[in-house]
Design a protein around this ligand. Sequence first.
Ligand SMILES: [Zn+2]
Length: 275
Amino acid sequence: MNRKLIIVAALSAAFTGGCETVDTTKSGAVGVERHQRMAVSSEEVNAGAQKAYAQMMAEAQKKNALDRDAAQVARVKNVVSRLVPQTTTFRPDAGKWPWEVHVISIEEVNAWCMPAGKMAVYTGLINKLQITDDELAAVMGHEIAHALREHSREQISQQMGTQAAIGIAGALFGIGELGQGVGNMVADVTLNKPKSRTHEVEADRIGVELAARAGYDPRAAVALWEKMQKLGGGQPPQFLSTHPSHESRIADLKTYSERVLPLYQAAKGSAAAGK
Ligand SMILES: [Zn+2]
């Protein structure tokens, strides 16, 4: 076997051998159940996310755009700190994730959660939508759900399928390269790449359950998406380009927010009793 063929064989083995089928979350009251094919480990993706996140926050700090308004930061942190404990309903290990959130001064309607719980909320989301706490919980519940389901890892796995094919072809021609680092890929899929309809539906459903369990009105998700779409005008919010809406979203959100309403009422009841 010549050298190029050995490289091709090694690349093929690395790809096909590394593929596994997983269930990232439990189904919860909303019943999200779908097996996922992963070609890269959570450890690699999470390490990449940590690195990319640290770099981005350092960059924001340098531009004096990190956590400028103490009251706004406190508000965001309060909502997130109520949502995070609810994640263990879907996956017990999430209780030990290094959750972190920062408010970035960018007048763009956007928020995201990288793998393993590294979040950002842009000031444009708060200001342009005049967002309520219930709506903020809807956005962050949705973002956290993407992280719990490891949708970025799944997207990277799909990309790697294409990249490995490129790599194999490249090796044949003597230019074999598996491509960019995992950190860049994580940041790219989380911040820039549109999510599939399947991913959006899962994040919507898990998101309303997280919000309800945290004592936020899950029906706010409906109001939020309506607000987001109205804001459109000439330039639709950045958030909608990475979280494409679909015609049945509002109907689906109505159904699922009603389903988790008892969880919201129970959470509110126990919060009142605790006071
Ligand atoms: Zn989404």
